[in-house]
Design a protein around this ligand. Structure first.
Ligand code: URA
Length: 238
């Protein structure tokens, strides 16, 4: 990878303006591969570079791909209005890097949310042509019946949708609980489908996207992690 100056590298990783990064380095707050440095103009090879800022370790990443176990009560919108935003759950450099959620979960929906600063990745993942299933567990107000499951699999008509929308998979997993998978990502889709089928969604969790399962990531609620190549590849599975 082309070498770059340390101040530019820090800036690319979300540590503030170039000027601020220069001050961090000159102030002795940055270590590179465990060594103290104080020259902001020092040329470094960014690939895999390990550094620390105020003692916190970081590895250079051209882009970041993150999974968050979203708690209830957080908004995915860029300018949250009624609840704190999901970005407030990430370290500050992620916000400087302009990490954004890939798609949205409702403020009261919990579970697997992807975030990235790679625009091409966000675009590709959010494309309506992408038929990768998103898997949810929904708790219902009224008891689940075989008729409810059949209706969700057969397709239900939602207001403002030209055609009926069907779950790609749906099964009862508790007296008031279903596992439901969707290949589309329409606004409030699970909740609206349950309402159209005559029930009501009381709680909703996204448990997987493609073959990437929240449980396998071992994240506590509100916790996040980087996704590596193997995990990203799972996004294309089922
Ligand atoms: N369907 C919904 O109704 N809400 C979500 O947050 C995700 C899918």
């Amino acid at each position: 990878m082309a070498r770059m100056t340390l101040d530019k590298l820090l800036q690319s990783q979300g540590f503030g303006t170039r000027r601020h990064c220069q001050q961090l380095i000159a102030g002795g707050h940055v270590l590179v591969a465990g060594q103290a440095v104080d020259d902001p103009g020092m040329a470094v090879d960014p690939s895999g570079l390990e550094f620390s800022v105020f003692g916190e370790p970081w590895t250079y990443r051209e882009h970041v791909y993150l999974a968050l176990n979203k708690p209830p009560g957080y908004e995915c919108s860029r300018r949250p209005s009624h609840h704190p935003g999901v970005l407030s759950l990430l370290p500050e450099p992620m916000r400087w890097r302009e990490v954004q959620p890939v798609g949205r979960l409702d403020h009261d929906t919990t579970g697997l949310l992807l975030l990235s600063d790679d625009g091409a990745f966000i675009h590709a993942q959010s494309s309506p042509r992408r038929k990768v299933p998103k898997h949810y567990v929904a708790d219902t107000h009224d008891p689940v019946t075989p008729e409810l499951v059949s209706a969700l699999l057969a397709g239900v008509q939602l207001h403002d949708e030209p055609a009926a929308l069907a779950a790609s998979q749906c099964e009862q997993i508790g007296p008031h609980r279903i596992a439901i998978s969707l290949e589309q990502g329409k606004y409030h889709q699970v909740k609206r489908m349950l309402a159209a089928a005559g029930n009501h969604c009381e709680a909703l969790q996204r448990v997987a996207i493609g073959g990437l399962r929240l449980q396998a990531l071992g994240l506590p609620e509100g916790g996040w992690c980087y996704l590596g190549e193997q995990e990203l590849a799972l996004l294309n599975g089922t």
